[in-house]
Write a protein that binds this ligand. Structure first.
Ligand code: ADP
Length: 414
């Protein structure tokens, strides 16, 4: 099997999102949590990092190490996956990582080209401005993201602040003229970054035709990755999706996401809700919580939720410091996950939040994930193993899924 596409993703839920796109396109796809010591045999391997909010030097080092591993394993194309809402800060990490990976892919012409546009989930880019549904990025809830507040919708400017090389734009008027026009527009770039407008799937097909042939670093959201993957798969049928078989087990949901959509999902959930706060965890630890989960799981689906309104999150951060508040929640939810799998028979688990999902997967010791059935666009069930026990995990990025997801996702569980 040739490794047609190697993808370096800056967080775990984003890795699942892009793995779903590659699988749908017809590529047999595996997600490796962290750089794999041995690259698994697949058409597409996605390395899931935790680099979105890491120190830029660490993000660059981890991304380069992962990309090297993929290229050494014969990856024919390299894709830098970042968030469809361009989650980043003025110090990175999209720009610094793109420059380091472009140096690796084509040192003689270090160019990165791409777009976060993913129309299937309402992310479009026009004249370099990113829209979330019918709102500019800066007017969406991403404006107040706790770690990466996005207050400037002009991605040429945003990337310009992170990059040491020039940033240019291929506007929609050129994209509409087709792949040759896009190629010609990019052709004069000797080094730097080129952002590509895209409003719908047909624009992404044009962009994939223009840039999917290799020679430069490609990057962006799951939208462009899916279009590139479709060209590489050249019409092969999607592989049969793996299943967990009869192991049902109790239904457990862990939510450490503070995103607006997750707040709606928590509010809409009709089952037992156990709320936790960083302050309570700091005072009393998670032991009582684990016991409460165990008792409640015998009767019904249980949601353990740290999700709260922005003012409450801020209050917790003011009281404990942002990192400690996050770490307390992540460690508690991870402890619940491990106890649930080891002692309570849980085999299917929903986790909300990118950082939270990373913490839970790490605690469970899951290192490889295969793509299962989809619960919502960009939110596939993933199959992994803990000490030989097979698990189905739905790792949900903060703003994805319908408000009813915590109840409906079980219908598509593998
Ligand atoms: P999202 O995908 O919505 O951004 P993440 O899990 O990536 O979700 O990030 C949310 C962060 O906020 C996590 O580190 C989590 O531990 C932290 N967190 C969750 N609930 C609270 C809370 N009530 N107070 C403070 N921090 C919280």
């Amino acid at each position: 099997m040739t490794l047609a596409l190697g993808i370096v993703a800056d967080d775990l839920t984003g890795a699942c999102d892009v793995a779903e796109a590659a699988t749908d396109a017809g590529l047999a796809t595996v997600v490796s949590i962290g750089a794999p010591s041995r690259v698994p045999a697949a058409d597409c391997v996605v390395v899931a990092l935790k680099s979105r909010t890491a120190d830029p030097d660490v993000a660059v080092a981890d991304s380069v190490a992962s990309a090297r591993r993929l290229l050494d394993a014969g990856a024919e194309r390299l894709y830098q996956k970042y968030c469809s809402t361009f989650d980043s800060t003025d110090s990175g990490n999209i720009g610094p990582v793109a420059e380091a990976l472009a140096d690796l892919v084509s040192p003689e012409r270090p160019v990165s080209v791409g777009t976060p546009a993913t129309p299937s989930v309402g992310r479009t880019q026009y004249l370099g401005h990113l829209f979330v549904g019918d709102r500019l990025l800066s007017e969406s809830s991403l404006r107040d993201h706790p770690l990466t507040p996005m207050r400037d919708p002009d991605l040429v400017r945003v990337l310009g602040r992170q990059a040491t090389r020039a940033v240019s734009l291929v506007p929609h008027a050129i994209v509409r003229r087709g792949a040759d026009a896009v190629r010609a527009a990019i052709g004069s770039t000797a080094s730097g970054h080129v952002l590509l407008d895209a409003l719908d799937e047909s624009d992404l097909e044009v962009l994939a035709e223009a840039v999917g042939g290799g020679g430069v670093l490609i990057g962006g959201g799951a939208g462009l990755a899916g279009a590139v993957a479709r060209r590489l798969a050249a019409g092969s049928a999607p592989a049969a999706l793996p299943s967990l078989g009869d192991a049902q087990g109790p239904r457990l949901i862990l939510s450490g996401s503070t995103s607006e959509r997750t707040r709606e999902q928590v509010a809409a959930f009709r089952g037992r809700v156990l709320r936790v706060s960083p302050q309570d965890l700091a005072a009393s630890g998670a032991t009582a919580l684990v016991a409460e989960v165990e008792a409640a799981l015998r009767d019904e689906a249980v949601l353990v939720s740290a999700t709260d309104e922005p003012h409450a999150v801020r209050a917790a951060q003011d009281a404990l410091g942002r990192e400690r508040a996050s770490a307390l929640v992540e460690a508690a939810l991870a402890e619940v996950a491990v106890a649930a799998v080891d002692r309570m028979g849980v085999r299917r688990l929903i986790v909300a939040g990118g950082e939270t999902s990373g913490a839970v997967a790490a605690a469970l010791g899951v290192t490889l994930l295969r793509v299962g059935r989809s619960a919502a666009p960009g939110v596939p069930w993933m199959l992994g193993e803990r000490d030989g026990t097979r698990l189905a995990l739905l790792l949900k990025s903060g703003n994805f899924g319908s408000p009813e997801l915590f109840s409906t996702a079980w219908e598509s569980a593998p």
